[in-house]
Every structure is written in structure tokens, then in C-alpha cells.
Design a protein around this ligand. Structure first.
Ligand code: URP
Ligand code: ZN
Ligand code: ZN
Ligand code: ZN
Length: 479
């Protein structure tokens, strides 16, 4: 494989911005900054462009069964992801009721292998927490699946109770796995849903009314308390607003290892979309739901200050015409989820960096470095450093475009960000040194992506990690 020389760009990492080059051999970064060419190379000239680590979306649902239908699948969605600047996703393998975690992991790997344009890791979601299933967590870790999701909502489908959540926290801690939480009080949600339905309130807006902010804040508080009891780190995903975010802030101030993610939809869309005429509100039904716009600035500030550590898309794409219409007469039957993986990097750049809410380096931190660290993928992924996989996003900040479903690659009949104007676009994307996007066009194949195992005892364990690398080194020297 010939070397690749990315010349004359502006290199952006989570800590630095500087003019420099990148030299790649055998899919790995060999030199960064001042490059001394060591032979022939394929040259990519990048003046005026940002050269960043590829985005890592640690929250996707490709081909996920939900409410009797299935979300958009690996092939189209990973090509859309690549075009948008994402080089790795971490997708949720969902345990089948009656099934096992190993079965879920194998099912997801069989779905993804040979059908993904970018690299991927997996989380596993426990939905049927029999004792033998909790006991499988070490086996999941051995297979490179080191993050375990627990749904505190979706009663009767994926929800588990506090016993199972607490058992999962204790078991995960033993083997350095990280528990991820969907924080909503599922019991309260079902009660509120049924009351609204009986009162003839059946339109999309009532989806949000059945899941008010306190439902999320309470579950967030409860999960944090159980994690404290278990002395286990915790990662709360899709934080939608001020109150649940403040729970995370308070826990972190106490010194607890609690981490939080928010998503582009909570930063840029709001509950007014749910009342769009002609059932269009269904396009914006996701859980937890979109909130009042006044929460957005608080979330941006939390991202800038480090109260929240990552942005993930929660990409879970359904089409409007058939799938969202399953809930035409009953909001409870609308499949939950939005698309976003094709445009999230552009959206965060435009509305985060260009509008002065976060710095360029903080953007890289939020969409690549921190996700890699929390998932146990760092430093192989998530940075531009010697020895790292050469996953590069070369972003041209010039020019603007308007997002529209008419030109998207996501397999849906709508785009949740229709009409949003974005600044710049991914020009080249490299996956382990291979050019997969050239001048904005996908030039790779669905065989390009590979499974990447995640390591246990990720940065989420912080200084309290039972795995002490210095001690381990000393033991090895003694031996
Ligand atoms: O509405 C959503 N977020 N659908 C995907 C599943 C989940 O809860 O993350
Ligand atoms: Zn969720
Ligand atoms: Zn409101
Ligand atoms: Zn999700």
C-alpha cells in the first residue's frame, strides 16, 4: 500500500490547532506536523481545510427492530455516515427476549460485516435480565463489547427494573464494562400514555406530553444513585434538557464518575416540531422527546464546560410515509427515532463552532476524542497521533449548503434538519488510510468497514480504575 501524504492543512485535535501535514503508511499515522517524506506517496492537498480525526458516533441504531418495524439499515446509513465525516460508529446490539447477549452480539456482527462503509464497535443492550444473562457480561467484554445499555423505559419491550439495573452495574464493574442508561421512568410513561389516549389525545404531540422532563430527571437521579451504591461509572445518553443535565453536574461535583451525552436534535430542534400540521409531527417523535427551545443554550453550555462529554446522533431512522404512519391514530405506535448521521458534523460545526458556542478543538473532543476514550477505542481511534488508525476527516469550511432530503444519502423520505443551512462540508474522508470519500463523493465499498473491539476499563473508570497500568508493568518486570 502506498503512503498517503495530507499536505498543508490545518490540523485540529482535541487540544491543538496548527498548520501541518499527516503522513500515513499501512493505514496508520506515522508522522504529524512537519513531515519528512520517506518514499512515494498519494498526495492530498488540503490548504484552507481542517484535518481532524474522523467523527465517532457512539450512539446509532442500524437495522433495529422497534414497535414491529425496523430502522434504516447498515448499507445506506453507513455510506451516509461516511459522506458526513463519520469513520466509526458504535451501534446497539439488542438482546432478544428469551435470547442471550452473545446471540445479540453475533446477530449484529452478522448484520454489519460486509455491509458497512465505516468501522464499527458494539454496545449490548440487556432487555431480558435473567441471572445467566447478567453472568454473560464478562463474555461480552472478551468479545470486545465493553458497554452495556440499560433501558429504564419502553415497558413491556426493552425496559428492565431497578434490580436488574443494580445487578448490571455490579457485574459490569467487575470486568471494567461501562453501563449506559436510557433514563426515563417507564412506569410513569405508560400510565401517562394510557391516560392521554383514553382522553382522546392521540396526536404526535402527546408523545412528548407523556414523557415530561421530570420523567427523565427522576430516572437520571435514580440511575446515578444506584451507580454510586455500586461504585460503578455511568454514562447517561441522550440528555435532553436542563434538569437531567443538572443531575449529572451535581454528581460530577461530588466526584462521581458520571458522564453524559446529548444529541443534535436536542441542541437544534424543539417541541414545536411535534405540532406541525398533517401528522408531520410524527417525523420528530423520539425518546426522550424534544423539549422547549429554552433548554438548548443550557445544553450547549454544558458541552462547552465539560458537564456533558460527548455528542452522539442516536440515529434511528424511519420513513414517514409508512413507518411513522403506523401511529396515525395512536402516538404510542409511532416508531421512535430520528435520522441525523449524514449531517451531524456539519450541524455541530455550523451551530456550535461558527456561532461561538464551542471551539474547534472542543468540537473534535466532543465528536471524536471523548467518544473514543469512553468507549475504550482510544488512542487507536479518536485522535491524530503517531500510531493511531489513519481515520481522517478533511473538512472544507468554505461555502454553505441547505440540508434537504432530496439530495441526502440516508434511506428516508425526510431529513429531520430539512432547511437548515450548514457551513462547509467533508471533502475527503480516510478510513485506515483508504480514501472512502473524495471531493464529497463516496468512493469506497461496503466491505471497507471492520469490527473494532473496545477495551474494558476505558477512561470512564478514571483514576479509580482497578486496572493500574504502572502496577501491571511492575508485575511484568518482576516476573
Ligand atoms: O427515540 C429513540 N431514541 N429511539 C432509539 C432508541 C433509544 O431509545 O435510544
Ligand atoms: Zn435510548
Ligand atoms: Zn414545554
Ligand atoms: Zn438510542
Amino acid at each position: 500500500m502506498t503512503a498517503v501524504w495530507v499536505r498543508g492543512g490545518m490540523i485540529v485535535t482535541a487540544s491543538d490547532v496548527f498548520a501541518g501535514d499527516v503522513w500515513i503508511e499501512d493505514g496508520v499515522i506515522r508522522q504529524v506536523g512537519v513531515v519528512r517524506p520517506s518514499g512515494e506517496a498519494h498526495i492530498i492537498d488540503a490548504p484552507g481545510m481542517y484535518v481532524m480525526p474522523g467523527a465517532i458516533d457512539e450512539h446509532t441504531h442500524m437495522g433495529m427492530p422497534f414497535n414491529g418495524t425496523v430502522s434504516a439499515d447498515w448499507d445506506t446509513e453507513t455510506i451516509a455516515a461516511a459522506i458526513g465525516g463519520t469513520t466509526t460508529i458504535v451501534d446497539f446490539a439488542i438482546q432478544r427476549r428469551g435470547g442471550t447477549l452473545v446471540e445479540a452480539i453475533e446477530t449484529w456482527r452478522n448484520k454489519a460485516d460486509g455491509r458497512t462503509a465505516i468501522d464499527y464497535g458494539l454496545h449490548v443492550a440487556i432487555t431480558d435480565p435473567r441471572p445467566e444473562v447478567i453472568a454473560e457480561i464478562p463474555e461480552a467484554v472478551k468479545r470486545g463489547v465493553t458497554t452495556v445499555k440499560v433501558f429504564m423505559a419502553y415497558k413491556g419491550e426493552m425496559m428492565v427494573d431497578d434490580t436488574a439495573l443494580f445487578q448490571t452495574l455490579l457485574a459490569a464493574r467487575e470486568v471494567g464494562a461501562l453501563v449506559m442508561i436510557h433514563a426515563e421512568n417507564g412506569d410513569a410513561v405508560v400510565l401517562l400514555q394510557d391516560r392521554l389516549y383514553e382522553a382522546n389525545k392521540r396526536a404526535p404531540r402527546y408523545h412528548a406530553e407523556s414523557r415530561p422532563l421530570e420523567v427523565e430527571a427522576e430516572a437520571t437521579r435514580r440511575a446515578i444513585a444506584l451507580a454510586k451504591l455500586a461504585d460503578a461509572p455511568l454514562f447517561i445518553v441522550h440528555v435532553t434538557g436542563r434538569e437531567p443535565m443538572e443531575e449529572i453536574r451535581r454528581a460530577r461535583h461530588r466526584g462521581q464518575r458520571v458522564y453524559g451525552e446529548t444529541c443534535p436534535q436536542y441542541l437544534l430542534l424543539d417541541e414545536s416540531y411535534l405540532v406541525l400540521p398533517g401528522f408531520e409531527g410524527a417525523k420528530y417523535v423520539c425518546s426522550p422527546p424534544l423539549r422547549h427551545a429554552s433548554h438548548q443554550e443550557a445544553l450547549w453550555t454544558a458541552l462547552a464546560e465539560g458537564v456533558l462529554q460527548t455528542i452522539g446522533t442516536d440515529h434511528c431512522s424511519f420513513n414517514f410515509r409508512e413507518q411513522k404512519h403506523m401511529g396515525r391514530d395512536d402516538f404510542r405506535k409511532i416508531p421512535n427515532g430520528l435520522n441525523g448521521i449524514e449531517n451531524w458534523v456539519q450541524l455541530i460545526y455550523t451551530y456550535g463552532v461558527c456561532q461561538g458556542r464551542i471551539s474547534l478543538s472542543r468540537m473534535v473532543d466532543l465528536i471524536s476524542t471523548q467518544p473514543a476514550k469512553l468507549m475504550g477505542l482510544y488512542p487507536r481511534k479518536g485522535t491524530l497521533a503517531v500510531g493511531a488508525d489513519a481515520d481522517l476527516l478533511i473538512y472544507d469550511p468554505s461555502g454553505s449548503t441547505t440540508i434537504t432530503a432530496q439530495t441526502q444519502h440516508q434511506n428516508s423520505d425526510y431529513n429531520a434538519y430539512e432547511g437548515f443551512v450548514v457551513q462547509g462540508k467533508p471533502q475527503w474522508v480516510l478510513l485506515r488510510g483508504n480514501v472512502i470519500v473524495q471531493e464529497g463523493k463516496h468512493v469506497g465499498t461496503l466491505q471497507d468497514g471492520r469490527f473494532v473491539p473496545c477495551s474494558p476499563y476505558s477512561a470512564a473508570y478514571g483514576e479509580k480504575a482497578p486496572f493500574d497500568s504502572r502496577q501491571l508493568q511492575a508485575e511484568l518486570v518482576d516476573a
